[in-house]
Design a protein around this ligand. Sequence first.
Ligand SMILES: *[C@@H]1O[C@H](CO)[C@@H](O)[C@H](O)[C@H]1NC(C)=O
Length: 151
Amino acid sequence: MTKSIFIFFILQTLIISITSSSSSTPLLTAHSVLTHHGFPVGLLPIDVLSYDLNRTSGDFSVDLGRPCRLILPPDNYLATYSKKVTGKIVENRIAELNGIRVRAFFQWWGITGIKISGDDLVFEVGMVSAKYPVKNFDESPQCEGKKHSSS
Ligand SMILES: *[C@@H]1O[C@H](CO)[C@@H](O)[C@H](O)[C@H]1NC(C)=O
């Protein structure tokens, strides 16, 4: 009796560690690309399926699996991420960004670039920019209506 419970416990621990390591690997690496270039992880939702990065040019592509809606801190702007977000990342600067839009002043704005300026993140929308403290983006947000399915 005691022995079978013990074996069951070991099996369960094994299964949990196998499933959690395989599902969190792409998530960790996509977010660590951000931190390696000086950015906080909160710029990307946790729901990353896969990503691609050209280490020479900095060109990247993030696949979220599906379009994503979420609320951005600190002013609770509604933002949408396309299924695929692309851009070019170098130290403290993301350019040619495509796929992230923010709702503000009754309009949708495509964020074209993001850079780090001291303790601030500077979001660029064409020629206009808005500054927010980096610390507001310490945690990855979760897409709205996330279903906890295994896929
Ligand atoms: C990566 O970028 C460099 C420089 O733009 C380019 O020459 C190279 O072909 C790219 N590699 C891939 C795999 O796309």
